[in-house]
Design a binder for this molecule. Sequence first.
Ligand SMILES: O=C(CO)COP(=O)(O)O
Length: 250
Amino acid sequence: MRKKIVAGNWKMNLSLEEGQSLHKTINSELEGASANCEVYHFTPSIYLTSLINEDQKVQVGAQNGHPEKSGAFTGEISMSQLKAIGTQAVLIGHSERRQLFNESDSFLKEKVDAALSEGLKVFFCCGESLEQRENGDYNTTVVNQLKNALFHLDSTDFQKIVIAYEPIWAIGTGKTASPEQANEMHQNIRKSFAHAYSKEIAEDISILYGGSCKPSNASDLLTQSDIDGGLIGGASLKAEDFLAIISTYK
Ligand SMILES: O=C(CO)COP(=O)(O)O
């Protein structure tokens, strides 16, 4: 059965002290609570070593990783280096990486392969631009992103993959997809897995929604039939907001 997941993507925000304090607060609030969803913090890589602790509720992931194991890639961190320090998961294909750092589908595919070979859990992001939404190209755009980076994998690999649908026009804009628009896309994504693999894979994979999700709209979005959780940006930076979103699954 697919899992419910709430993940915070801190992006390039919070000082080390703020990050440690936020992580500690979320962990202590979840301590002893019955686990109805998995919780992740995707933090700046430089904070990973100070936050990773296998015994805690909140799992810690990186926002990026390079597919090569080692070499002359100044400024980069490899998936194997992430794994070596105990990182549990990695975000791949976030629209900010695609747009601001020109990451192509084929590069993302290499990252997915490298992350899986290290045993990291992959949170693979997909989503259409406003123009593609308005053109009516959104379903094809998103399915192509999945096809190009994921559909060469074996069915067993999907135990380590979570999909995050993040329409670009909803990220950091205060505009959210309506629960119906988001659920329609999640169903479309699930269909593409059923078509490429099997009904079982499609039913088992967790698909998160991201894009201006906050306490006031979380319960409408995250309780839709095909939405299994959220990838939260701005609202993950305040313990109160992030906990309120997590409490959707209490
Ligand atoms: O990009 C996001 C999470 O990865 C969403 O960001 P916001 O929640 O700030 O819109």
